[in-house]
Structures are given as C-alpha cells and as structure tokens.
Design a protein around this ligand. Structure first.
Ligand code: ARG
Length: 459
C-alpha cells in the first residue's frame, strides 16, 4: 500500500530492497529525544503565532510526551516502513491523538527537522567531550602533582635527549587536552544556530517565529539562510575534526603507556583494573585499553573522512546522501567518549615508577647539553665549540663504558684543560631539571606553577 505520509501521488508501496536502503530508523532512533523536543517547540510556536489552535498544540504536546515515554520505556515499536525517527514519531502521534497530529508538520519539513535533531545531538556530544576531557585533565594533574620533581628521560626520536620531570610530561598532555576542549567549545559556538523553520529549503509563507523556537531549543539565534540551514553538515564535520585531533592526542599518550609499561622500560605500572592477562603466558599483564584507544582512533579519523566525502559533491540543498551523516558520527562520538573514559581510568590508576624513571633519566648521556652549556657559561666558549668538546667527552665515556658524571676530572681535562671540578654539579639530572626555569620549562618549580594554574582553570 502507498505511504501514509506522502501516499497522495503514489499507487504502490515500495520494494523490500528499497525499504532496506532507504530506512534510517535502525540508527536515527537515537535522535528521538531531540526530535520530540524540537516538535514540541515547533508546535508551541505554531500556536503562539496563531497558525494552529491552542487546543491542537496542547493535544500535540501531550501526545509527544506519551511517545517519548514509550520510547524511553522501550515499549515503542519502530517501523522500517516508516523510514526514520521523524515519521515514526509522527505516525505514533497520529495513533494517539488523531487529527491534530497532522497539523504538526505545518511550516516544517523533514529537511529542517533532521538538521535540527542532528545539530542538537552533536551539540550535546560536544558538551560530553568537554567533560570527558576535563576529567582526564584532572587525572593527569594529580599525576603531575605527585611527581612534579621526579626525573625521567625526555626523548626526541625516542632517543634520550635531556632529563625532564614526570610532572612536566603529564602537564604536556594537560595543555594538549586544553586545546582539544577549546576546539569543542569553538565548534559549539558556531553550531549553536537553529535550522528549524527553514522548512524544506526556501522558508515558508506561514508567519512563523524562528527566534521563539531557537530560544526554546537553547540556540543563540536562527540560521540566517534557509538553503544553508538544510544543506550543510559542517557542524558535524567540525565536531569530528575536533574529535580527530583529540583522538590523535589520546593515541600518542596510549602509545607512550604501551611503551612505558613494557618490561624494558618499566616507567609505569598499570592497575589490574585497566589491564588484561594472557591465556597462555602467566607472567603477562597487557595494556589492552591503551592499545584499543590507539586503534579506535582510526574509526574517528575514518568518520571524518567519510563525511567529508559524502558531502563534497552535493549540490545545494538536501540530498539523501546526507542520511549517511549520522551512523559514522554516532560511532565516532561513542568511541571518543569511551576512549576518554578509559584513558582517564588508566591515568588515574597508574603508578609512575620513580626509581626506574630516575635510573633511566641518568643514562644515555642525558646531561650532555648541561655540560655544553657549562662550557659556554663558565669558560666563555662559543656554543659550537662547547658542543664539539662535549661530543668528544661523550665519545670518551662511551669508550670507557661509563656515563658522563663517572669521568674523572683528568679525563675531562684531557679533552679541554680549562674544565674545573665544579662541572660535576651540572651533570646530575636533579640539577639539570632544576636549572630549566625558563617559562614553560621542566623545572619542578615551573611544574608546580602550571599545576596551580590548571587547577584554578578547571575549578
Ligand atoms: N532520514 C532522513 C535523513 O536522515 C531525514 C530527512 C529526509 N528528507 C527527505 N527529503 N527525504 O537525512
């Protein structure tokens, strides 16, 4: 039989395959709450502007609340024949209240309806992402506080570079995540305009009040162009962009946790509650959560790429291609929230192994730069010459199978006879990190200042 929403010009129903490719209800039922909230705001506006009667609006309002409770209670039977959440809700409303249900869709189209619902959903997810990020930042902050003065190797190329503090390393991620949260906030500001009232694409001849619905739905204002309102999904793309960058940061931290928890590094011990064992190797404690975060990031990047590709060739305004915007975004958002929560749990529960970090901090000639700086500061050598002399001393230590602080003063003098005994002061990792007091540097005093600043910011 013909479709109950647009059956007027149709004489036959659709093929089962057509229904399968066309229906979005299996996934867009996630928009039920947004759809019903949007419809309630629309109905209230239609009554306030005299487009429908107050009694019809009241019947619609009551009916929609019933539909919502049926959906929330799990009692609602979604129908693929009704295609999507918008038509499922409206059809049920008609069962419940009869004729007034047919007036709800006045001055509206599914095009502005879906743009609205999805925008509201993405807006909520931006808020959720910000909370998830802040929770993770708090976990990192407390790690930074515990180990503000713990020394560890700082790396470039994953080769020992200079000693840094554990707290400084934790705070690096707090900074990155701070920008991630800011990206979600920025995106939220731009997406917070209401498409409702754009109708199909051209606006409407009914005397609607778009300011009223925008306000009721917590938007800053209505979107200014009806074609744009139904045609763009840049708000979802911006969300996915912010999600991708945040996910990239999570993945780098995950990678570090995988490396750090290995028997070769032993920088951290992960908690049992965020690790798994092996079914064959009894000694194993695996960082699965970190590995899965590293991998789930692929889905988030994929979602952004997929939606960019869906959108890039579409003429204005709505094309059914755009129905493919939702599943990928849902999946990306779900996995981002899960990754943030798992990372928060891992970071909160992990134990930095202070002694092992300190032992590693001193190996690999990590204070060579301090030695070169000393030659510049105390002997007045040009840095390039100091660099060369230090290189020779590293080679000498390597030859002797020892570290820089283990060389004797005679060894030092054999390379440059101006060197004096107080050079050894700068060769300890503690003195090295303590000396890095330039703004943003790794000294414990700097770490404490940054921790205090972030505590204030996060409240
Ligand atoms: N299910 C559709 C979607 O997700 C809703 C909008 C349908 N609009 C239309 N003109 N067919 O995009």
């Amino acid at each position: 039989s013909a479709n109950q929403m647009w059956g007027g010009r149709f004489s036959a129903g659709v093929d089962a395959i057509m229904e399968a490719i066309n229906a979005s209800i299996s996934f867009d039922q996630r928009l039920a709450a947004q759809d019903i909230e949007g419809s309630r705001a629309h109905a209230a506006m239609l009554a306030a502007t005299g487009i429908i009667t107050d009694s019809d609006a009241e019947a619609i309002r009551e009916g929609l609340l019933t539909v919502l409770s049926e959906i929330e209670g799990g009692a609602f039977e979604f129908s693929a024949a009704l295609e999507d959440i918008h038509m499922n809700v409206e059809a049920r409303l008609k069962d419940l209240i009869g004729e007034p249900a047919g007036r709800l869709h006045t001055a509206r189209s599914r095009n502005d309806q879906v743009a609205l619902d999805f925008r509201m959903w993405v807006r909520d997810q931006a808020d959720a992402a910000i909370s998830g990020i802040e929770a993770l930042q708090r976990a990192l902050l407390s790690q930074a506080e515990i180990g503000a003065d713990w020394v560890m190797p700082g790396f470039t190329h994953l080769q020992t570079a200079q000693p840094v503090t554990w707290g400084h390393h934790m705070m690096a991620y707090v900074e990155m995540l701070g920008r991630d949260a800011a990206r979600f906030r920025d995106a939220r500001v731009r997406m917070n305009e209401s498409p409702l009232g754009a109708a199909a694409l051209a606006g409407t001849s009914f005397p609607i009040d778009r300011e009223m619905t925008a306000q009721a739905l917590r938007f800053d204002r209505p979107m200014a162009n009806s074609l744009d309102a139904v045609a763009d999904r840049d708000f979802a793309l911006e969300f996915l962009g912010a999600a991708s960058i945040c996910a990239m940061h999570l993945s780098r931290l995950a990678e570090e946790l995988v490396i750090w928890s290995s028997a070769q590094f032993r920088f951290v011990t992960l908690s049992d509650s965020f690790s798994t064992g092996s079914s064959i190797m009894p000694q194993k404690k695996n960082p699965d959560a970190a590995e899965l975060i590293r991998a789930k990031v692929a889905r988030i990047f994929g979602a952004q790429t997929a939606l960019l590709i869906v959108m890039k060739g579409l003429p204005l305004t709505y094309s059914k291609d755009m129905q493919e915007d939702k599943e990928q975004t849902f999946d990306a958002a779900d996995n981002l929230m899960l990754a943030l929560a798992a990372m928060e749990g891992m970071v909160r529960d992990m134990t930095g192994n202070r002694d092992q970090l300190a032992a590693a901090a001193g190996s690999g000639f990590s204070t060579a730069t301090d030695l070169a700086d000393w030659l510049v500061r105390v002997l007045g050598l040009p840095f390039r010459e100091a660099h060369h002399i230090t290189g020779s001393l590293v080679a000498l230590a390597e030859q002797k199978g020892c570290d820089l602080p283990d060389l004797s003063l005679e060894d030092m003098k054999s390379v440059h006879d101006g060197i004096t005994g107080n050079v050894f002061d700068v060769l300890t990792v503690e003195n090295s990190v303590a000396s890095r007091i330039s703004y943003g540097g790794t000294a414990p005093s700097c770490v404490h200042a940054q921790v205090a600043r972030w505590k204030e910011t996060l409240g």
